[in-house]
Design a protein around this ligand. Structure first.
Ligand SMILES: *[C@@H]1O[C@H](CO)[C@@H](O)[C@H](O)[C@H]1NC(C)=O
Ligand SMILES: *[C@@H]1O[C@H](CO)[C@@H](O)[C@H](O)[C@H]1NC(C)=O
Ligand SMILES: *[C@@H]1O[C@H](CO)[C@@H](O)[C@H](O)[C@H]1NC(C)=O
Ligand SMILES: *[C@@H]1O[C@H](CO)[C@@H](O)[C@H](O)[C@H]1NC(C)=O
Ligand SMILES: *[C@@H]1O[C@H](CO)[C@@H](O)[C@H](O)[C@H]1NC(C)=O
Ligand SMILES: *[C@@H]1O[C@H](CO)[C@@H](O)[C@H](O)[C@H]1NC(C)=O
Length: 573
């Protein structure tokens, strides 16, 4: 699903904030393995031009086991959008980023959005990201299947949903026993998985910082990237220069493999669809009805219909069904990035009412139907296996029975109707190989050498604001910035205010005052101009109501708009 080849899995990603759009068309992008295969792995960062200018790549050598650094090593795929001020006295070094997941590819993120991220963070910094150990173009990579064809056949291109059939939970558990057994077979060979823990990735980041000739980390972590950042802050508190942790996960809950409290605000996020569609009116929201409640009821009726009457779809690159699971997945996906996806969702739902499922189908369609490139020896793009490999390794062992999982799912559904799409995250760990788990799993506390900036949205579907506050308590001096928007992590919605706070923090070290709430610009359902391109509507916001945007501000708003279109938000949904 971030990959360009594997079919998007219903639960392909959990806590990922951003995914690149699939609009790369150069030869390099269609065969990115070619780029990485040509690079030598070195303990220095030997930057080589890659993808499109000015991007540069390097393969960076780290010990697989930091307690035994002389034995095997790993090769981390690192990419940067270099600072145009490098070599001047205004150059301020690298800002490392992590896009979430776990299992998300930092390489994909910078290939798709490096230029925009550089514009947002300012010219003083290199924007640097990497595929964490086990992920994407880093080696060794986590993979439970010997071939891509086997993986694709196992994860058939029809979505699973535990509520779609009466044996849903049992089926998901049974499939997890198979992936667990395959992972165990692999693990007996090389004991790889135990090395893929988040503490080791934090150590890899420190090595990257040092390879840049710096002592301390500057970092912007999204979603699961906040678990990585908090781990770094606890293990290396005196190596913190700047940490922006955005879309904050309750790390204790994550390391307990509970996944039980992510969805506290998810229903609130869906409510913003009903409210913003109603506010947009029938011209801007095709799924409009006489009240937000009426829109909600219309969606319930449509869902009931689809449950009994799936709709077939054939597109120019694939084919399949819009059934209960796929419809729920498309809606769940849209909660991550309402500014991009609610208008599309509204169009798709209106079409579906008329029997046309194409738009809803395409919301989760990221690539052509899988075709076997048998004999293909190039490394494949990111695959889904990395998520389980990292999260099940990080977390406490789970050995739940189906009966126990029935209770777990019931509790999850009490936090949100979207619990059905989230349950896999615990279920997929139920047969994970036995591990010693000596890596860092808390406590999440630290006196960091510079205070942390935490960011939470008021209606984030998978990282509720409450956990930014909970996590901040462990790190004296840190501050929570609230962004008043739906969507996952701050980049889901356009807020000049948030961007300016992030810029001041990185450049000057300044933290916002406690309690700052940043507004966002423009309504979700905005007028489309003549070319049919959505624009941000009347340029009116609560903080900018009385004046026009100035040049720089307009640039930032435009950059945020491009970022929202150059990244695709992911799916555990
Ligand atoms: C750096 O990488 C380039 C291209 O991959 C290679 O030709 C060169 O030998 C490398 N330099 C060093 C010092 O490793
Ligand atoms: C890492 O190395 C240490 C020291 O040799 C060893 O005790 C430990 O088992 C290794 N960890 C793994 C996961 O292999
Ligand atoms: C498929 O159709 C869409 C629009 O209908 C178009 O944008 C896209 O380029 C087409 N893709 C291919 C591979 O032809
Ligand atoms: C941070 O510093 C305070 C005050 O010196 C101390 O009480 C606390 O234990 C320290 N916390 C950690 C995690 O070291
Ligand atoms: C950083 O501080 C300088 C000097 O105080 C100020 O002029 C500048 O606007 C600040 N930059 C940001 C991004 O806050
Ligand atoms: C419509 O919006 C796009 C993107 O903002 C812009 O490039 C285009 O010029 C606009 N067209 C009109 C007719 O305003």
């Amino acid at each position: 699903m971030f990959s360009t080849r594997s079919f998007v899995g219903f639960v392909a990603l959990a806590l990922t904030a951003v995914l690149p759009a699939l609009s790369q068309d150069s030869e390099a992008s269609s065969q990115p393995g070619l780029i990485w295969n040509k690079l030598e792995t070195r303990a220095e960062l030997n930057w080589t031009d890659c993808y499109t200018p000015p991007l540069q790549c390097a393969r960076f050598q780290v010990p697989l086991n930091y307690s035994d650094p002389q034995s095997a090593s790993a090769s981390i795929a690192v990419i940067r959008f270099p600072s145009p001020l490098a070599g001047t006295d205004q150059y301020r070094g690298p800002i490392l980023m992590n896009p979430g997941g776990p299992g998300g590819s930092g390489v994909d993120m910078v290939v798709g959005g490096g230029a925009v991220l550089s514009q947002l963070l300012g010219p003083n910094f290199d924007v640097v990201s990497f595929d964490p150990r086990g992920v994407g173009f880093s080696t060794p990579r986590a993979s439970f299947f010997p071939t891509e064809a086997q993986r694709q056949l196992f994860r058939s291109p029809f979505f699973d949903d535990i509520k779609a059939t009466r044996d849903g939970i049992g089926r998901m558990w049974a499939r997890a026993q198979i992936t667990g057994a395959l992972a165990t077979q692999q693990d007996q060979k090389d004991h790889l998985f135990e090395h893929l823990n988040t503490e080791n990735t934090a150590r890899d980041m420190l090595r990257m910082v040092e390879a840049h000739g710096q002592e301390k980390l500057q970092y912007w972590g999204l979603s699961y990237g906040t678990v990585l950042g908090a781990t770094f802050a606890s293990v290396f508190p005196d190596r913190v220069e700047r940490l922006v942790l955005d879309g904050v996960v309750d790390a204790e809950n994550y390391f307990a493999t509970l996944w039980s409290n992510n969805l506290l605000d998810a229903d609130k996020t869906l409510q913003t669809f009903f409210d913003s569609c109603f506010a947009g009116g029938p011209d801007l929201c095709p799924f409009y009805d006489s009240s937000p409640q009426a829109i909600s009821r219309k969606l319930d009726d449509l869902t009931r219909t689809i449950t009994l009457r799936p709709v077939p779809v054939v597109t120019n690159i694939s084919y399949g069904l819009v059934d209960y699971a796929r419809l729920r997945g498309a809606i769940g996906l849209s909660l991550y990035s309402p500014y991009v996806d609610f208008p599309r969702l509204a169009r798709g739902l209106a079409d579906l009412l008329q029997g046309d499922g194409t738009v809803i189908y395409q919301m989760l369609e990221t690539e052509p139907v899988f075709d076997c490139h048998c004999g293909d020896t190039l490394p494949l793009p990111t695959i889904q296996d990395a998520r389980a490999a990292i999260s099940c390794t990080d977390g406490q062992e789970v050995r739940d029975t189906v009966d126990e999982l029935e209770v777990f799912v019931r509790d999850l559904l009490r936090t949100s109707q979207w619990g059905e799409l989230w349950a896999i995250l615990r279920i997929e760990c139920t047969a994970w190989p036995k591990q010693e788990k000596r890596h860092f799993r808390g406590p999440f506390v630290g006196n960091t050498s510079h205070p942390i900036l935490w960011i939470g949205n008021t209606a984030d579907p998978v990282t509720p604001l409450a956990f930014a506050h909970k996590m901040a308590r462990g790190y004296p001096g840190s501050v929570v910035l609230t962004q008043d928007s739906p969507g996952h992590a701050s980049i889901a919605a356009p807020s000049l205010c948030t961007v300016q706070h992030i810029q001041s923090y990185f450049l000057n070290g300044t933290l916002p005052a406690e309690g700052v709430v940043c507004p966002v610009i423009g309504p979700i359902f905005a007028a489309a101009n003549a070319s049919g391109t959505a624009v941000d509507g009347p340029r009116i916001t609560r903080d900018l109501a009385s004046r026009k945007l100035e040049g720089d501000e307009q640039d930032i708003v435009d950059a945020l708009k491009r970022l929202r279109h150059s990244f695709r938000v992911p799916t555990p949904f």
